[in-house]
Write a protein that binds this ligand. Structure first.
Ligand code: GLN
Length: 534
């Protein structure tokens, strides 16, 4: 294959939520399985610099990369599918684009010119797209354009794609994702919305090369021919994308539709290396044939919106498959738990996970749930705020510090077992100022964590401001809590466990971000294993 990086754009039409992220990740998986190097990028047309300041109700989970970028949850899918790390460069928002253009203007870099959407904003977008190609690490860069074609805010992105398509020639294609609605009254799949959305793209100067059509019913040869005729694409470039039982099935469905082959053909890549999806299909086999079902309680405050805990839910799927079991998540609102109903609410669970989070709402429910898991010897995993709550619970009920709390929830507490670090105290800007991204952690030998990871030095991703307060270290140790993972540079406590318990772990970091199909996270795998033995 020639040394030129090939650029694939994925746009969406008709409605939002068609699954551009999953289609992009699936195509990337297929190209990777044929031995090509691939990365995926998401361009988000909103004005926030990053989703870090967005409420989960607005935007679902905020995914964190190794280099500390707070990003769109689609990047989580990219990593889970490809088993390759993403970075800041993989997620760009309009806010970020304008921020750099305005900074350049203030530095005088535009030499007195009037700064305009075209060419300055579009040039900045094009640079961000080409940045990944220029690293020389990837043969294919797949760029997903957030939003729906026709949105006012995505216009500069569409224009940048038009320009790049012209500049890059055979090294660039556009895949347009659309919907074929089924009209029950006439018993037909309708192609008009697809035709209209392609017309809109054509108005903007873009002829899509491939159409991926989401549909609840199989798309017949005749419908494909009709779409091809109206939209100027070849019939083999009309790809059917049926609803799948799991997102992990989509690469296989896309392979059956030959999406990867048509992509290679359109990009004039004249080789078709053999495809190796063995590990992937083995995972699918295990996923579809569980020997047991486990009930894991996920205690959080955004449970109505499962997208908020996307990476945790996916990590359970990966860990379940390894253990040949299916993990049923019981989404439990922390505000619904109190001292009197906790036994009733959590009865019958095989394991309990207390989720990450911010703010006071639902905190007491989390603490009650942890007390229940600790006393009843039920496998427990606490992540970030979940770990902090485990520390608070232990302080209150074992150390006897009745008012123990995190200063985040109670700044006036006399026992701040979780507290702000000195360097977080004077921060006034909320965006991008938490402890973010990968940090090293040293694990003490002989602990459960050491057994699980099988090594002493690990790296995990963080997203929080508050920390275990080391003034209490001695008291916790004397009371039987093992502080098994420590940041070697700052001495911060990263993992706590209770050795007399069958599985009780709290981690200040987010293991869920690093769990992938081909590399399920050991903490989740062992947590599920402990729950199975429970
Ligand atoms: N709110 C806590 C903190 O900022 C925990 C954050 C989290 O769970 N991600 O430290």
């Amino acid at each position: 294959m020639s040394s030129n990086t090939k650029y694939i754009f994925v746009t969406g039409g008709v409605t939002s939520s068609l699954g551009k992220g999953i289609i992009s990740a699936s195509l990337a998986k297929l190209l990777q399985a044929r031995g090509f190097t691939v990365t995926i990028q998401k361009l988000d047309p909103y004005i926030n610099i990053d989703p870090g300041t967005l409420n989960p109700y607005e935007h679902g989970e905020c995914y964190v990369t190794d280099d500390g970028a707070e990003t769109d949850l689609d990047l989580g899918h990219y990593e889970r599918f490809l088993n390759v790390r993403t970075s800041q460069a993989n997620n760009v928002t309009t806010g970020r684009i304008y921020q750099s253009v305005i900074e350049k203007e203030r530095k005088g870099e535009f030499l007195g010119k009037t700064v305009q959407v075209i060419p300055h904003i579009t040039d900045e977008i094009k640079n961000r797209i080409k940045l990944l190609g220029k690293t020389g690490q990837y043969q294919f860069v797949i760029t997903e354009i957030g939003g729906t074609v026709g949105d006012i805010e995505s216009l500069p992105y569409i224009e940048a794609v038009r320009q790049l398509k012209w500049e890059l020639g055979d090294n660039c294609i556009v895949i347009h994702l659309t919907l074929l609605p089924y009209l029950a009254t006439s018993g037909e799949l309708k192609t008009k919305p697809t035709q209209h959305s392609v017309k809109l793209l054509l108005e903007y100067g873009i002829q899509p090369d491939i159409l991926v059509c989401r549909s609840e019913y199989p798309v017949s040869k005749d419908i494909r021919k009709k779409i091809a005729l109206f939209c100027n694409v070849s019939t083999d470039a009309v790809i059917e994308s049926l609803d799948a039982s799991t997102i992990y099935e989509v690469p296989v469905l896309m392979q059956a539709e030959k999406l990867d082959e048509i992509v290679l053909k359109k990009l004039k890549v004249n080789e078709l290396p053999e495809i190796h999806l063995e590990k992937w299909t083995e995972f699918l086999n295990r996923f579809h044939n569980p020997k047991k079902t486990l009930n894991i309680g996920l205690i959080g405050k955004y449970v109505e919106l499962k997208e908020s805990y996307k990476s945790i839910a996916e990590a359970f799927i990966h860990a379940g498959a390894v253990n040949d079991c299916s993990v049923r998540i019981d989404w439990i609102h922390s505000e619904s738990i109190d001292e009197n109903n906790v036994n009733e609410k959590l009865k019958g669970l095989d394991g309990i996970l207390v989720a990450p989070g911010f703010g006071n709402r639902g905190i007491e429910g989390k603490v009650h749930a942890i007390k229940y898991a600790r006393e009843k010897n039920i496998p427990f995993l606490g992540i970030c705020l979940g770990m902090q709550c485990a520390v608070i619970e232990y302080a209150r009920n074992v150390l006897g510090l009745k008012d123990a709390h995190s200063r985040e929830m109670n700044p006036a507490t006399n026992s701040p077992v979780i507290d702000l670090l000195e360097n977080q105290k004077n921060i006034s800007h909320m965006g991008g100022t938490m402890r973010l991204g990968a940090y090293p952690c040293r694990i003490e030998e002989g602990t459960l964590a050491h057994k699980i990871y099988g090594k002493s030095d690990i790296s995990e991703r963080h997203r929080h401001r508050y920390e275990f307060n080391n003034e209490y270290t001695k008291r916790f140790k004397e009371a039987g809590m093992v502080l098994s993972g420590i940041n070697p540079d700052a001495g911060l406590v990263e993992i706590v466990e209770i050795p007399t318990h069958r599985f009780f772990m709290g981690v200040q970091f987010h293991p869920e971000y690093k769990s992938t199909v081909e590399n399920p996270h050991p903490l989740f795998v062992n947590f599920i294993n402990a729950a199975l033995k429970n």
